[in-house]
Structures are given as structure tokens and as C-alpha cells.
Write a protein that binds this ligand. Structure first.
Ligand code: NA7
Length: 540
């Protein structure tokens, strides 16, 4: 810590209140401590890990390779932790989160089992009043609040008629029981075919007596080809971790995989199909790195989509089921999934696929589910119905800025941010990987670290320059919003009904929420803002 950085005068209970103890909240706490600032983290769960604390459904795994889905702020941590599989399973990622919490003694500043219910900016004091509920309601004050609430943490439970009438258990993949669920011998219904369903269906099928999957939209998924990591491979990564991280930071996704910037449209069919085959065999989302125009040109996209559909038809024996599993939209428009044996699971005699795209699910009944004149009987139902992404967790807190304006009201037509980090009218509030930042389109760990470092540096700047308040300027926010929309319009990713645009939650405004300009461009923009003395921010 430089000598000039002194602990700030604390007329408030804390310099900073951080909401959430996932990877973002933990690293934020670590940085704040290093700056000598007082901080308190509030976490609803009884442990660290965020997404990886809640999403304990069978088969839950990261879709970014483990060696890259990890912190890089401490080279010793990087060297001492060894991932066991190509794509870490949820328990291992949670173990890593716990290891980090222990290693840096983070828990003493985290209050678990505590929900932040409101955060209100007090204009007279230039401070936040934060109300928390740990069984009883109490109030603390802080100069700054950092929302480390996660992008996929508020789970989406569709309001099916009769949901409360079902006699058996209903599980949501995003809020899975900590002791696990044994489906042995059960008749199970799974609603949804997004990433969580695609990962859990093959595992549930291993136990269930009958499994019925209700699909509204077919999704593309690429085999993970998950494997145990060989000692030699791990050694080679660790020998040049820095090199790998640097390569990753140059990728729009902040995640390194072989990327070919060329156009598929200039390549003969035989050649591009060979390339797709190769990437299909390698496995993982790097499939879309085959050509540079796959996510910007419909014709190009079609070549990659058709290959996957051919693989589905090759894998799934019943041609009708195979056709039902073939997506009709753009590949990569919804987030590309990564699976183990997903399509092959539909060859099992006790697994059935039901199309609910034309006729929606009518109701959950006491014995199961009613759809299109058929009554299904289940012992358990799994809702793999996703999240109120990016804004849901923020709106679950009553956040009020200047003049008591609720964030929910300010963002009623869609999020408005400057750099996805701040929003006008809500001074001294930061969102980590918030809407308007690359976040969910990138490897979350480097994106989190970049945001936390930006916030930490900003707090130091404020302290060194005697500023008590930071707030973006209206014009900067408007310009950033315009830029976020402009780049979104260039990509095919903004063209379908995905959670990126809030389409999965009825009534949510249709706005492409993450910043799709790419990690390097975003980092450059943040650096430019800092170099220009926090351009676009009013500091008082
Ligand atoms: P997703 O990707 O949002 O998937 C949710 C699934 O649930 C999807 O297939 C939805 O169909 C389906 N769904 C949602 N509501 C309904 C109703 N009312 N009826 C039928 N089907 C419904 O969430 P996941 O948890 O799988 O994955 C989220 C992210 O986590 C993923 O992208 C990775 O980044 C990790 P739809 O497609 O909307 O027609």
C-alpha cells in the first residue's frame, strides 16, 4: 500500500458495503482490505461462491475451461491450486471459492445468512443507508456500495397455473437442495432445455425411471469432451500461466481458444465441414471460433448451425425426436451450451421429449403436468427455467438514489449505465459485471477482476484527491448506452429471444443487456476514461 493511501475517515459504519460473496464480492473485499478500507460483505447464503453455491444441480459444470476460469490476481494462488478436470464440476469450483476465502481469511468480514433488503442514498450525508435482514432488520451506513450480486443469481420461476398444487417436490436448477436429490425410481418431468437442463438431463436420466423433457426452444450444444487433466498439461499451463492469461485478454471473450478471423464464405464446403468436425471432436464453445463471421453474417452462421444439426441427426436414432432437437435459430444467438451425452440421452427408452413450442404448458396438476390434452404423472418436477438475468438480483433489493428514485423505476425501459459500472442518480454505487459491461459474454473471472480493480483504483483516486462523491454524467451515460446498442445491432446475438435481451421473463423490457464490443475494447475504454482523469464522471 503506498504511504499516501491512508484509511479514510469513517463517519459511516463502513467505507464500503459489498453485496454478495461470490467471486466478485470476495475479490472486492480482498482489494478493499489491501487499501486499508473498512468493508462488510453481506451474503444471503451460508457460504461463499455465489452462482456456484446455489447451482448444485446434477451435472453442473463451468463451460469455460477450468485453468482459465480462475483468479489471476495472485500468482501463488494460481500455482498452488490444481484443477482436476477440463471443465470443473460445481463442487470443485465451490471448493476453490472456499479455498480462496480461507487463504485470505475473508470470512471475518462477510456476514452470511443475511439479505440486503434496501440501499438508500442519503444526499445530506453523501452516504448509503443499507438495511439488512438476518432474521432481524438492522441498518448500516457506508460511503460506497458495491453490488456484487451476480448476473445469473435471481432464478426465474414461471408462474405456471397450479404450481403450488403439485403433491411432489419441485426443484429449480438455480436453487438446488444442498444435500442433492436422489431421483432413483422416480418419474421426473424437466421443464426447459437451456444450459442447466442440458447439463442435468443426462444425469437425471441415469437415475429416473421415466424422464419427460418439456422443450419450448431447441438449443445448440457442443460436446464438452470433458476429461481429467493430465499432470503434464497442468504443469505446462502453470509454467507459463502469464502467457495464457495475456492471450486470453486479447480475445473478445477474455477466454483463449483457437480463433480464425477469416470468413467461412470464402472456404469450400468440404473444408469448412472438416474444420467444424475437428472442433466438434475437440469439444467446447471454441466451436464458434472456427470463422470470424459466424456471429455477424446469417449465411456464415448457417454453415455452422447445419453441421451441428447433422450431428444431432447422426446421434439421435428416432428421426422425429432428432428433428425436434434441431434448433431453428441462429447458432450462438442464445448462449452456446456444452454438454456430456445430451443428445444421446434421447435414445434411452425411458426418456421422452415433448414439444411445448406451439402449445404452452397448461398447468401443473397435483399429480404432474397438463399439456395439450395429455396428463403427465410425475413424482418430481425440475424447473430448469433459468434466471431473471443481469437486473433481477439488483431489483430484488430496494435500491434508491437521489431524490429517493428507485433503480427499478430508472431502469424500467432497460438498464442505463456508464461502462456497466455506474448509473446517474446513484452516486458512489458500483455494479460488478453489471448490464452494459462485457460480463456474461466473457470469461467471468477476468471480467470480475477488471471491474474490481477499476473500482479499487477509483476509490484510491478519490481518497488521494479528497473526493467524497463520484457519479457519472448524464451525457456519458447516454453515449455509453448508444454505443452498447450500436455494437449489439452489429451482432446476430441480439436477434433472438434470449435471456440476453430479457425475453425469458414476461414483461421484462427487450434490451440487449451485456456489452458485446469485446473484452479488449472494453478494457481499453475503461483505461482511457481513467487516463483522462475519470472522464465522464463528476467527482465532488
Ligand atoms: P436458460 O438458458 O434461460 O434456459 C431456460 C430454459 O427454460 C429455456 O429452455 C426456456 O425456454 C425454458 N423456459 C423458461 N420458461 C418456460 C416456460 N414458461 N415454459 C417452458 N419452458 C420455459 O437458463 P439456464 O439455467 O439453462 O442457463 C442460464 C445460463 O447459465 C446459461 O446460458 C449459461 O450461461 C449458464 P425458451 O428458450 O425461453 O423458449
Amino acid at each position: 500500500m503506498p504511504d499516501s493511501v491512508q484509511r479514510s475517515a469513517a463517519e459511516t459504519d463502513f467505507d464500503v458495503v459489498v453485496v454478495g460473496a461470490g467471486f466478485a464480492g470476495m475479490y472486492m473485499l480482498y482489494r478493499l482490505r489491501g487499501l486499508g478500507m473498512s468493508a462488510r460483505v453481506y451474503e444471503t447464503g451460508d457460504g461463499v461462491g455465489g452462482t456456484w453455491y446455489w447451482n448444485r444441480y446434477p451435472g453442473a459444470r463451468c463451460d469455460v475451461e477450468s485453468v482459465q476460469y480462475s483468479y489471476q490476481f495472485d500468482k501463488e494462488l494460481e500455482q498452488e491450486w490444481t484443477w482436476s478436470e477440463r471443465y470443473s464440476p460445481q463442487p470443485e469450483i465451490l471448493k476453490y471459492a472456499n479455498h480462496v476465502a480461507d487463504r485470505y481469511d475473508l470470512r471475518k468480514d462477510i456476514q452470511f445468512n443475511t439479505k440486503v433488503t434496501s440501499a438508500v442514498f442519503n444526499e445530506a450525508e453523501n452516504a448509503w443507508t443499507v438495511t439488512v435482514d438476518d432474521g432481524e432488520s438492522s441498518v448500516v451506513t457506508a460511503r460506497h456500495v458495491v453490488m456484487a450480486t451476480g448476473c445469473l443469481s435471481s432464478f426465474n420461476k414461471p408462474k405456471f397455473k397450479g404450481l403450488d398444487d403439485f403433491k411432489g417436490p419441485i426443484y429449480h436448477t438455480g436453487h438446488w437442495p444442498h444435500d442433492g436429490v436422489d431421483f432413483t425410481g422416480m418419474r421426473v418431468g424437466v421443464i426447459g432445455t437451456g444450459s442447466s437442463a442440458i447439463q442435468s438431463i443426462p444425469e437425471i436420466a441415469k437415475q429416473a425411471k421415466h424422464l419427460t423433457v418439456f422443450q419450448r426452444t431447441a438449443n445448440y450444444t457442443i460436446p464438452a469432451r470433458n476429461r481429467e487433466l493430465e499432470e503434464e498439461f497442468v504443469k505446462s499451463v502453470k509454467a507459463d500461466y502469464q502467457g495464457l492469461r495475456e492471450k486470453a485478454k486479447k480475445m473478445p471473450s477474455g477466454y483463449f481458444f483457437p480463433f480464425n478471423p477469416g470468413s467461412v464464405l470464402e472456404v469450400p464446403e468440404e473444408e469448412y465441414r472438416r474444420e467444424y468436425r475437428k472442433r466438434w471432436e475437440i469439444g467446447g464453445t471454441g466451436y464458434l471460433g472456427a470463422y470470424g463471421d459466424l456471429l455477424v453474417n446469417t449465411q456464415a452462421n448457417k454453415t455452422a448451425a447445419e453441421f451441428v444439426k447433422d450431428m444431432i441427426r447422426e446421434t439421435v436414432k428416432d428421426p422425429e425426436v432428432a428433428e425436434l432437437l434441431c434448433p431453428t435459430n441462429i447458432i450462438g444467438c442464445k448462449r452456446l451450451c456444452v454438454d456430456t451425452d445430451y443428445y444421446a440421452t434421447y435414445n434411452l427408452p425411458h426418456v421422452k421429449l415433448v414439444d411445448v413450442s406451439k402449445t404452452p404448458i397448461k398447468a401443473i396438476t397435483p399429480d404432474g403436468l397438463s399439456h395439450d390434452g395429455v396428463e403427465y404423472e410425475f413424482d418430481a418436477i425440475v424447473l430448469a427455467t433459468g434466471f431473471d438475468a443481469m437486473t433481477g438480483a439488483l431489483f430484488n433489493i430496494d435500491i434508491r438514489g437521489r431524490g429517493g428514485e428507485p433503480l427499478k423505476e430508472k431502469w424500467h425501459g432497460g438498464p442505463q449505465t456508464y461502462l456497466g459500472l455506474t448509473t446517474v442518480g446513484f452516486p458512489n454505487m458500483f455494479t460488478i459485471t453489471g448490464p452494459g459491461s462485457p460480463s456474461v459474454l466473457t470469461n467471468m473471472l477476468p471480467s470480475i477482476e477488471q471491474h474490481v480493480d477499476f473500482i479499487a483504483d477509483c476509490l484510491v483516486y478519490m481518497r488521494e484527491n479528497g473526493h467524497a462523491v463520484i457519479e457519472p454524467e448524464r451525457q456519458a451515460e447516454l453515449d455509453w448506452g448508444k454505443h452498447v446498442n450500436e455494437v449489439a445491432d452489429l451482432s446476430l446475438r441480439s436477434t433472438c429471444a434470449s435471456w440476453y435481451v430479457g425475453a425469458n421473463v414476461p414483461g421484462k423490457p427487450r434490451v440487449f443487456m451485456p456489452y458485446i464490443g469485446g473484452f479488449p475494447r472494453y478494457v481499453q475504454e475503461c483505461e482511457r476514461v481513467v487516463e483522462n482523469g475519470y472522464e465522464g464522471f463528476a467527482l465532488a
